[in-house]
Ligand binder design. Structure first.
Ligand code: PMP
Length: 773
């Protein structure tokens, strides 16, 4: 391997002298960065520019001849890119030998200058530019098929086939980094090189070698043919992809653009697509290993560090991706994914086969094909930070949950009329998270089923049928629950308020009538007033249904004292207090496992859904032995799927993960940091009026005018759409559709909160300018 310690050490004055003596040009010289050679930019008095290249002492002459021959070849076979031309010296020689001050001989060449900006300095990179890079590499590889030269046949350390040479330096990395890089070499070792097309490749599309035009949207040149070699041609793409991913918030999304465009120009084979991602990571692995080795050899060479920091950042981000995801994306963008359909076709099929009452999110709907932790990934390889899916509570596709479900599914899945440990173990564990006397559980399959059952229990226990609910609440999709959900019966297509339902005011301290220290008590008075009406109607009050923090109402945190006073009024009238924890339970509150605990109360019935099974259809009702006895009036309660062995295994795995990964504490810490970040935005954006939240149950109101509080619904929608384009998923809610809801999977960390706030800051500015314009 050509050593960096053998790099030439000519001065600027030497370069000026060489230009004059060898080429007869009068120039000023500026050094350019190089790993193992020495390059100078030369400028003559008329503005003419050149590159003086002084090769490493150990560089082979035939390799330089090969490069020169390639420049000539490319001049004869244009690829839509501009390349330097070789300028011969005064004696007509293209490669000239000169003596260095160290007495050694060095080979010198003069090349014409090509105008452009290094891609590394042209960030941010548009999709167009990334596509242009892929296409340029595809054209280059197509073009190089016609080129041959003995100099390309060599054992070269930057040839990805020779990555074993880089692997030797693995032991120079600190343990943590070695852990990241080692598996990359293992994947490299498994590559079937025989299955890949081979040919001459450019082999160095690093972001300092790719030149971009003034608009930043088109690649105009590929510089430096020092790494040209005969190898697998897909390596050219792999190297371009590796550098195109550096410093990108969504590296695979960026890679997909490069790969798709390359494939458009030079279709990849299935085998090349399979090997591509391993080759990409091999380049990164080789790069960090050589950097470690060279740092030891030549501690002063800054160039060696250039791509090292971003490479580690990228390797960290790649390690966080769902297993197999990059390969899946490359397969998809190259049309090798079986059964993959285009979004347009799916939307058409959906329209035909599913009723129109089911809506899609976003103006241009997303075609999501993978979930992993706090991210969702679409069919084009784009990553989205998921701030919406509170159902994927412990993270999308959590391996422990998946494993628990698969294991039990393979053993037994039946109904609750048999004895099995899983059921009683799970129920004991679930009820142990609740205060006494909430010790009896019923397992169901959704939040709606849980509330439906809770309503039946309340009726059975009290003999009443009147229900008090909070305005704008949603409790489920059944007949009986739509009737107690103002969100539905007073919303579009609703039939209005049924006679047996009584609506208490939303305890909203931003928009409602009461704020200040006694707001909770005053809002509870509204419940007490409705309880009086309800109790006065035969056969009397059954229940007060209340979410422990209002979701559909617009992420409203209940004011202090609200439930204490409301529950007292309900119980005085003989009613049952039902806390709907479908949205809010399982540690999301941060400070407590159950949101109702933040109010210092104990409900008579607690209903659970969404997060309880991390997406598996599971729900639960937990109540007191007394109410459970009242409900056992002779009619059996049977639920075919509720509490089946698979559901119990899943539910148990979810509880285990919440505990083992400290997710409740994460919700507390991340929630605080998120609220602090959002509150800073209030100072910068007039549109944000009220920020509120508890743990990872967070929201903010958007208004056109902070005095009148005129809701900014259109702006909120525009914000959600704009954030989606920036790779962040959010939703709106509240009676005026102007509240942004934030309820991410509980693995959402402080870094994610930072990303969310930073992008909100950007998009909010854009939305505000669009409104003003
Ligand atoms: N209660 C609340 C508070 C909810 O948010 C929901 C669902 N959005 C439900 C009940 C109903 O749950 P499911 O959709 O699982 O039937």
């Amino acid at each position: 391997m050509v050593g960096v310690d053998k790099a030439p050490r000519f001065s600027g004055e030497d370069a000026v002298r060489l230009a004059r003596d060898l080429y007869g040009v009068d120039v000023a010289a500026e050094p350019l960065p190089s790993e193992r050679d020495q390059n100078f930019q030369l400028r003559d008095a008329r503005g003419g520019r050149f590159v003086l290249k002084i090769a490493n002492r150990e560089e082979r002459r035939d390799v330089l001849e090969m490069q020169n021959s390639l420049f000539e070849f490319l001049e004869r076979h244009p690829l839509g890119l501009e390349f330097p031309r070789v300028v011969s010296d005064l004696r007509g020689t293209a490669i000239t030998s000169v003596s260095g001050s160290d007495g050694a001989e060095y080979l010198v060449r003069l090349l014409t200058w090509v105008d452009g900006t290094c891609m590394a300095l042209a960030a941010p990179h548009s999709a167009e530019l990334l596509g242009s890079l892929g296409a340029a590499l595809g054209r280059m590889d197509n073009g190089l098929e016609g080129f041959s030269h003995p100099g390309v046949q060599r054992v070269f350390h930057w040839d990805l086939r020779q990555a074993a040479l880089a692997r030797e330096h693995l032991n120079l990395l600190p343990a943590r980094q070695r852990q990241i890089v080692e598996p990359l070499f293992e994947a490299w070792a498994a590559i079937d090189w025989q299955s890949l097309r081979s040919g001459v490749i450019y082999n160095d599309a690093n972001d300092y070698n790719v030149l971009v035009d003034a608009s930043g949207s088109r690649v105009v040149s590929l510089l430096d043919f020092g790494d040209v070699v005969h190898s697998a041609t897909v390596c050219d793409l792999a190297i371009g992809v590796a550098y195109a991913m550096l410093d990108k918030p969504d590296p695979i999304g960026a890679a997909a653009q490069v790969v798709a465009a390359y494939h458009g120009v030079r279709p990849l084979t299935a085998a090349e697509v399979e090997a591509l991602y391993s080759l990409v990571t091999t380049r990164l692995a080789a790069s960090v290993c050589y950097a470690a080795w060279q740092r030891r050899e030549a501690p002063g060479n800054d160039y060696l560090n250039i791509s090292n920091q971003p490479a580690w950042g990228l390797l960290d981000r790649l390690a966080a991706l769902p297993p197999g995801w990059p390969d899946e994306v490359f397969r998809r963008v190259c049309g090798f994914a079986r059964g993959a359909q285009q979004g347009v076709a799916l939307a058409a099929a959906r329209e035909k086969t599913l009723g129109p009452s089911l809506s899609l999110s976003y103006e241009r709907p997303l075609h999501i094909i993978r979930g992993w932790k706090q991210h969702l990934y679409d069919s084009q390889g784009r990553a989205f930070l998921d701030c919406v899916n509170n159902v994927a509570h412990v993270g999308h596709s959590h391996p422990r949950v998946v494993e628990a479900a698969a294991r039990q599914m393979a053993l037994l899945n039946t109904n609750t009329r048999y004895l099995y440990e899983g059921l009683t173990d799970y129920v004991e564990r679930l009820t142990s998270t609740l205060p006494e006397p909430l010790r009896v559980a019923f397992l169901v399959t959704s939040g709606s089923e849980a509330n439906e059952l809770a309503l039946r229990m309340a009726k059975a226990h009290t003999g009443g049928d009147q229900v008090v609910v909070v305005d704008a609440a949603y409790h489920g999709n059944t007949n009986a629950l739509v009737e107690i959900s103002p969100y539905k019966f007073n919303g579009r297509g609703g039939r209005g308020q049924p006679a047996h339902v009584h609506i208490a005011a939303m305890p909203d301290v931003y928009r409602g009538a009461h704020r200040g220290a006694d707001a909770g008590e005053r809002y509870a008075q509204s419940v007490a007033d409705e309880v009086v009406h309800a109790a006065g109607r035969a056969p009397g009050l059954a229940a007060f249904f209340c979410e422990a923090a209002l979701g559909c109402g617009g992420q409203i945190i209940l004011p202090e004292g609200y439930l204490t006073n409301a529950f007292a009024a309900v119980r005085d009238a003989g009613g049952v207090c039902i806390a709907d924890e479908v949205q809010t339970g399982f540690g999301r509150a941060g400070s407590h496992f159950w949101m109702f605990e933040t109010q210092g109360v104990v409900p008579d019935i607690v209903t659970m859904g969404k997060p309880i099974g991390n997406g598996h259809p599971l729900g639960a009702v937990v109540t007191t032995p007394e109410i459970a006895r009242s409900f056992a009036n002779g009619m059996e309660y049977f639920n075919t799927f509720g509490g089946n062995p698979v559901s119990c295994a899943v539910g148990m795995a979810v509880l285990d993960v919440i505990r083992d990964e400290g997710l409740q504490e994460n919700a507390r810490v991340t929630g605080e940091s998120l609220l602090a970040g959002l509150r800073e935005l209030v100072g910068r954006h007039e549109l944000i009026a009220d920020v509120r939240g508890q743990g990872l149950f967070v929201g903010f109101e958007m208004v056109r005018d902070r005095e009148t509080k005129e809701p900014a619904a259109a702006e909120a929608s525009a914000l959600v759409e704009g954030m989606k384009e920036m790779g962040v998923l959010l939703s709106t809610d509240g009676p005026f559709h102007n509240v942004i809801k934030i309820k991410p999977p509980m693995v959402f960390g402080e870094k994610d909160a930072g990303v969310l706030v930073e992008r909100l800051d950007k998009v909010m500015g854009r939305v505000a300018r669009a409104v003003a314009g």
